[in-house]
Design a protein around this ligand. Structure first.
Ligand code: NAP
Length: 290
């Protein structure tokens, strides 16, 4: 890991990793590439967003994603389905979008509701359009380092680590959380970069003993301020992927920043990188499909 030149590993205040600024640059780059593709082929990248029901948080997330698309000159086509939509109906919708040549990327906003088989729905997304990186195919290609789409939040985290010059090879990365969209894939990406990866989860015993060994600590727990300064090795790089009500992360920022060398704030750290990665991958998909 590269420790910022101006700080010692025991520096009382960690340097912030500014995800908002880096995400802005990524959106600008995506916009330039989208404009170029439109000029060259007459076809504008298009992301289809699919929302089941009207959960307020999901509605907000989809609105944010569509508004960023608009900023970047990416078309978005929104499909709003009633909460009572069945798995079969959702699969039909996603299959139709997968077959539609006007659509380059597909985002199914999740969670989709307990009565729907979410996995069956994800698997109806064509791998070539899986710009959110949720299918088995994408997980496999990402894990093998082959061409394909990565899970957006994990890929955004790696981009942020690279931007801040964090060396990963040979470092101990500890990921707290093992969800299919976040914990598991971020661990696979870190492994692919030659980090030694430990996954922690709700059945892990003596969590703090493991997190205190981390050169890079990724919090993906879904519990507000769950990891505190006591969980952190002095000088560690701390990535807080958590996003809880009230703009609160999974890391207790105030105590963590007295131990870490680099840390992501919430908001303004990992969150904007997720959307920027989604847009980048939508343009990637459009370029490949054009
Ligand atoms: P999730 O599916 O609920 O997974 C949470 C993980 O944390 C599970 O693997 C769980 O273990 C583990 N966990 C729960 N309690 C624990 C404990 N006491 N000790 C250790 N591990 C524990 O959540 P998620 O979808 O991965 O999301 C995690 C966080 O990231 C949430 O705050 C979410 O809002 C945020 N998020 C942010 C973005 C973004 O763009 N910024 C995107 C996605 C998610 P088990 O597997 O054993 O149950």
């Amino acid at each position: 890991m590269t420790t910022p030149a101006t700080q010692s590993p025991t520096s009382p205040t960690a340097r912030l990793m500014d995800g908002s600024a880096l995400a802005r640059r990524m959106v600008e780059e995506a916009a330039e590439r989208a404009a170029l593709l439109t000029r060259r082929t007459g076809r504008t990248p298009c992301l289809a967003t699919v929302l089941v029901g009207d959960d307020p948080a999901s509605v907000t997330y989809v609105r944010m994603k569509r508004s960023r698309c608009e900023q970047a000159g990416i078309r978005s086509r929104h499909v709003a389905l009633p909460a009572a939509t069945t798995t079969a109906e959702l699969v039909d919708t996603l299959t139709a979008l997968s077959d539609d040549p006007e659509v380059h990327g597909i985002l199914l906003q999740h969670p989709v509701g307990p009565h729907i088989d979410e996995r069956a729905a994800f698997e109806a997304i064509a791998p070539a359009k899986d710009v959110d990186g949720v299918t088995y195919h994408s997980f496999a290609t990402m894990s093998f380092g082959a061409d394909g789409f990565a899970s957006c939040t994990p890929a955004g985290i790696l981009r942020l680590l690279d931007h801040y010059g964090v060396e990963l090879a040979g470092k101990h990365a500890v990921v707290v959380g093992r969800s299919a969209i976040l914990g598991k894939p971020v661990g696979m990406l870190l492994l692919g970069r030659d980090a030694t990866v430990t996954y922690c989860h709700s059945r892990t015993t003596d969590l703090a003993a493991l997190t205190r060994q981390a050169d890079v600590l990724v919090a993906a727990v879904g519990r507000p301020r769950f990891l505190t300064g006591d969980h952190i090795k002095p000088g560690a790089v701390v990535i807080d992927a958590g996003y809880n009500p009230g703009n609160v992360g999974d890391v207790d920022f105030d105590s963590a920043r007295t131990r870490a060398s680099l840390i992501t704030p919430v908001p303004g750290g990992v969150g904007p990188m997720t959307i920027a990665t989604l847009l980048t991958q939508t343009v990637d998909a459009a370029e490949r499909l054009s």
